[in-house]
Design a protein around this ligand. Sequence first.
Ligand SMILES: Nc1ncnc2c1ncn2[C@@H]1O[C@H](COP(=O)(O)OP(=O)(O)OP(=O)(O)O)[C@@H](O)[C@H]1O
Length: 239
Amino acid sequence: MKTNTNNIVISHLCKRHGDKEILKDVSFEAKQGRITAFLGPNGAGKSSTLRILLGLDRSAGTATFGGRRYVTFDNPLKVVGAAFDGVGGNISRKVKTHLKIIAQSNGIPFRRVTEVLKIVGLSEKGNAKLGTLSLGEGQRLGLAAALLGDPQYIVLDEPTNGLDPTGIRWFREFIRQQRDLGKTVLLSSHILSEVEAVADDVVIINHGKVIAQGELHYVMKNLESLEDVFFSLTEEGGQ
Ligand SMILES: Nc1ncnc2c1ncn2[C@@H]1O[C@H](COP(=O)(O)OP(=O)(O)OP(=O)(O)O)[C@@H](O)[C@H]1O
């Protein structure tokens, strides 16, 4: 049987900040063609894990894309698309220019800028200045930047933060399309109900420790919602 290698594999991450152990042997996989939601309350360790995955921080253990660490890719944007909070960039710069600068520094043709603006529904905003974008438009621009290199892996930290109901609906449709294209999607959230509708698999982290993982319907068992799952697990000693 052919094994699928386009998975994100997080393996035995351990991390301390001073006396505080913030990641305690964190291990899980995000599989190709599936949406994996990485869930947990504020301060649980989600961003710390994603930062290590994206080579922005170090720790014991390994975090790889298809068996390779992020820092080993020559043109990472062509392999991994990531969006963390905020767009960054000069607020007086045009949306198109912002994306062109990212494209240029990653060997991506400019025509891709028009394509990604269309994918995220921002075609009309190409000449708008970054500083004039709404929160939701900024989120879409972050996604556009992540998609520039048509990456296999999509890693999004709190992608629905600040989106209104229309934006959340749009995002769900968008991320399902990416999954159906065969991408490996990992997204973090502390708002369980916002990812419940799209997640195939879930990983729940609390106090730096993975307390549950598996297919959404398996983890939810007979409970009504992920909120119920989360509270039942943490009340039973998820510390
Ligand atoms: N540089 C640092 N120095 C000290 N403590 C840190 C540092 N970075 C993170 N932490 C701590 O590590 C823990 C995990 O933080 P992290 O940002 O990974 O959580 P999170 O699950 O992403 O939370 P949120 O949903 O609020 O973004 C927190 O207790 C945080 O205070």
